[in-house]
Design a protein around this ligand. Structure first.
Ligand code: ARG
Ligand code: ZN
Length: 881
């Protein structure tokens, strides 16, 4: 494990390296404890660089066996090697030469899962961001593009399958039962896109004909026997390939495209050129083992990694500060894909819920950073919701501003201008300026400035003059190391809604530029006056969530109720109802703290019933509307002095009130939604299941609720329904005989299916209340649990710390103590996963004083541990700062 050197990397320090590596040839002789890597690098000094300039290559924990230049071993005085750096000091007369490096690795002992490692006896790699330097010394930075040829040698019986990037370029037998394969990737690529896989795997094969008629062989490799479980992923892959041709004109460029599923993986998946490597959780699925949410994730992540082939691989990043150039853009592309494959409105609501749940707290806490950060200590800690999700929102805003057609023209220009290069955010913005003729300099602050902007908006209508006036004020809160903020360009989509639900016409406007239903906010204050407005409209704001901002709006409850029933923009309609629910939950929180019983308006609980039963709305939309704001959402809206127990109590009370007010209607609808058709993972069927399962959640709060949930569990014919019922039993009826039995049945049935057991861990880690910390501690000793496997750790520990407000934030601090202990335990093996876990305490300052003090103690106990990794130290110190 690399301990922290305290080194800080700064955007302004970027400069190209003195050397280039146009060609890289690698030979791997695989062995679990002693893999030999021979790298033959063609090195070129850049024009104008002095021959005396040393060549400095990155390493990370490497053992160097040999170093030679143009066939001759270097004398000890000619180079300086440490595990983390190789410096060739000998003046290099030739401006182009061949450097040979031999290193030895122990993949079986690599528990950090970066570089070359073993997962269930399969050799695999993860090189992004800086894992390649754990394989050989290299200029391990994304602006060094190289053409790779890779030869892999291994015993045939252990590793019949040998894969790397690009196209196959030969294979054959060697002595003593060994064999080899050669792969050649004609596209120059940065080292972080290198990949190798070797082992015994099953294959699902298919093919795809590109728009220009080229045949591509597709393969998805999985644990032998699980080939059938890759069917949905394969289907998603082919739909992704077709969609990128249709939506962006992008065609696949190699003869083969391979995906490998491994069971030990730090992140979701990786877009290595022609050889994507996936966390098996995002490949394997059938109705028996995967939920509808799993299917949707698989579709989205298969698409995401495939789309990287153009946005990330063909055009990569100049340096890691530009990470959002590939990630934000590719998330935007996968969102659009899913919207086209499913329901656009439902997809948008789900995206915004995710953004608010993950990115907003990040942006509003100690870990806030711009979409394009200016400095980092550990780049792995910047694969964040801000870079990915807010990065995607920024791309979406560019499309809103320039319009869909011009946006497409800009993307075409981007591909044309930067194909084969390592680009920057400035390059990206420039193509849209060029095609639209607009000045996006103020807009580009979205990349450079952290924090969630707020808009304070009020409106007045004068029937006498027919004038409708909007007063808008923007502010951006201070964030770490950015106390003073500049004014942003915020595209705010809006609608003036009349009593019949139709748009209200206006004659003219002044005070801001308004185009196609979007107000362009550029100044601190705008008074936007619409003339010729006869009736007072209801104001629908931030339609489609056109900008990732928070709103402070003085709006009458009557207007919100009206919009919740009539807004023609589906997102804003959902938002109006969600705002009403949030307001009610905040009032309930205050009532509980004041020692009162919370009460809820009948028209609110009645509206919930109306939406549930509104057959003109998609079931998936109705299910989303009925999902109450989460405890963490309420905490975020409250902002400070959080008492998670009072939030929980208020939320429970509202759920009971809604269930009580709609019992007959919910029960009838629940019965009607029984699915008798054969299972299909499509969006419409999933939407019906989602609606029925959320109705179950409400009905379970009524008398005989546990029995109903137990029946739902037993009669379930797919994992979506089974897991939903188990969640209801475990969370709503914790400790009941029904819950105990269902948990035991589930465990017995799926004990040998690790991915399904993750759900079992996850559900138990989510049980609200003070007893869960003990239950989770006990579960760490379960035979299916392992501290070495990231999926297990995230399911049990990650869920407990990030998704269990009352359990984790137990008033006596026991949740925090357990958490600190566990983070340090995980860190010994896998610093990256530990650092990610540790972000669970990022909002500690918004807790009430008692919990705040205990959370701080836990953070300090991590910070004071010895030999902390760079990953964990960076997170903990920023969180405490
Ligand atoms: N580029 C991968 C993805 O799409 C993420 C890999 C990040 N890995 C890491 N170790 N930081 O989305
Ligand atoms: Zn990505």
């Amino acid at each position: 494990m690399r301990t922290d050197t305290g080194q800080v990397f700064r955007l302004e320090d970027y400069r190209p390296n003195d050397y280039l590596i146009p060609q890289t040839s690698l030979t791997f002789r695989l062995s679990p404890e002693a893999t030999r890597v021979t790298a033959v690098l063609t090195i070129e000094r850049r024009d104008g660089v002095a021959a005396s300039a040393p060549l400095v290559l990155d390493g990370d924990g490497l053992t160097l066996l040999r170093v030679a230049i143009d066939g001759r071993d270097l004398a000890p005085a000619d180079f300086l090697a440490t595990p983390d750096l190789l410096t060739i000091v000998k003046p290099l007369a030739a401006s182009r030469f061949q450097l040979v490096l031999e290193t030895e690795l122990a993949p079986a002992r690599n528990e950090a899962l970066m570089g070359l490692y073993r997962s269930s006896n399969v050799y695999c790699t993860q090189c992004e961001a800086e894992g390649f330097r754990r394989i050989t010394y290299f200029l391990d930075r994304p602006d060094i593009l190289s053409v790779y040829t890779v030869r892999i040698e291994a015993p045939r019986h252990e590793a019949p399958l040998l894969l790397s990037n690009g196209n196959p370029a030969g294979s054959g037998d060697l002595d003593e039962g060994w064999h080899y394969a050669v792969w050649h990737d004609p596209f120059p690529k940065p080292s972080y896109l290198f990949a190798l896989v070797a082992g015994a795997l099953g294959k699902l094969a298919d093919s795809f004909t590109t728009m220009s008629g080229r045949e591509v062989e597709l393969g998805i490799y999985v644990e032998p026997g699980k080939e059938k479980l890759a069917g949905y992923a394969m289907d998603a892959l082919k739909r992704s390939m077709r969609w990128d041709e249709e939506a962006f004109g992008r065609e696949y460029d190699l003869d083969v495209f391979n995906i490998v599923a491994v069971s030990d993986f730090n992140m979701g998946a990786m877009e290595n050129k022609g050889l994507n490597i996936f966390n098996d959780k995002y490949v394997l699925a059938d109705e028996e083992t995967a939920t509808d949410a799993d299917f949707a994730n698989i579709e989205a992540i298969i698409a995401h990694e495939y789309f990287h082939n153009w946005t990330g691989n063909r055009i990569t990043c100049r340096d890691w500060f530009q990470l959002c150039l590939k990630e934000g853009l590719t998330v935007f592309r996968d969102h659009e894909f899913s919207a086209d494959q499913r329901s656009r409105a439902v997809k948008r609501i789900a995206e915004v819920r995710t953004l608010r749940a993950h990115q907003f707290p990040e942006d509003q806490g100690p870990l806030a950073h711009p979409v394009r950060p200016r400095r980092y200590r550990e780049i792995n800690n910047f694969y964040t919701a801000t870079v990915y999700e807010k990065g995607s929102e920024v791309v979406r805003m560019i499309r809103t501003i320039v319009g869909a057609e011009t946006f497409r023209a800009g993307m075409d220009l981007y591909f044309e201008r930067h194909d084969g290069h390592a680009a920057t955010i400035e390059d990206f913005i420039k193509v849209f300026e060029d095609v639209s003729g607009r000045d996006l300099s103020q807009f580009s602050l979205w990349y450079h400035q952290a924090g969630t902007p707020n808009l304070t908006i009020s409106s007045t209508h004068s029937p006498a003059s027919g004038e409708f006036t909007l007063e808008i004020e923007q502010s951006v809160p201070p964030t770490p190391s950015e106390s003073r903020k500049r004014l942003m360009h915020i595209p705010l989509a809006f609608g003036l809604v009349g009593v019949d639900g139709k748009p209200v016409a206006y004659r003219g406007f002044e005070g801001a530029s308004v185009e196609n239903g979007v107000i362009h906010i550029r100044k601190r204050r705008h008074m936007v006056r619409f003339s010729g407005v006869a009736e007072r409209p209801s104001l629908s704001l931030n339609r489609g969530f056109s900008a990732p901002v928070t709103l402070s709006v003085e709006q009458k409850a009557d207007d919100q109720f009206f919009l919740a029933g009539h807004d023609s923009d589906a997102f804003s309609r959902w938002q109006a109802f969600n705002t009403l629910l949030t307001d009610a939950l905040i009032a309930a929180f205050r009532q509980i703290l004041g020692g009162e019983q919370p009460g809820f308006a009948a028209r609110l609980t009645g509206l919930a019933g109306k939406i549930a039963g509104d057959e003109t709305l998609e079931p998936a939309y109705r299910a989303l509307a009925l999902a109450l704001p989460g405890e963490a959402d309420i905490a975020r809206d409250l902002g400070k002095n959080i008492d998670p127990d009072a939030i929980f109590e208020g939320r429970e009370a509202l759920a009971r009130a809604i269930a009580g007010a709609n019992r007959e209607m919910f029960s009838e609808l629940y019965d009607r939604l029984v699915d008798t058709d054969a299972f299909s993972p499509d969006a419409a069927s999933a939407g019906r299941r989602a609606l029925r399962n959320i109705l179950l959640d409400y009905l379970s709060l009524l008398p005989k609720g546990a029995a109903l949930a137990a029946w739902h569990f037993q009669s379930a014919t797919n994992m979506t329904d089974r897991a939903a019922a188990l969640t209801v039993l475990a969370l709503r009826h914790s400790g009941s005989p029904e819950a105990v039995k269902a948990l035991a049945d589930f465990e017995a049935k799926y004990a040998r299916d690790a991915l399904v057991m993750d759900k079992w861990f996850q559900i138990q880690a989510s049980v609200p209340g003070p007893r869960t910390v003990e239950a989770v501690r006990v579960l760490t000793g379960h035979p299916a649990f392992s501290m070495a496997n990231p999926n297990r750790v995230r399911s049990l520990i990650g869920t407990f710390a990030s998704a269990n407000q009352t359990g984790f934030h137990r008033a006596d601090g026991e949740g925090y103590r357990f958490f600190a202990e566990t983070v340090l335990q995980v860190e010994k093996r896998n610093p990256q996963v530990a650092a990610r876990l540790a972000t669970a305490l990022r909002s500690w300052r918004s807790l009430e004083p008692g919990r705040q003090a205990k959370a701080r103690e836990a953070l300090l106990s991590i910070a004071n541990a010895e030999n902390l990794s760079a990953d964990l130290r960076d997170i903990v110190e920023r969180t405490l700062a």
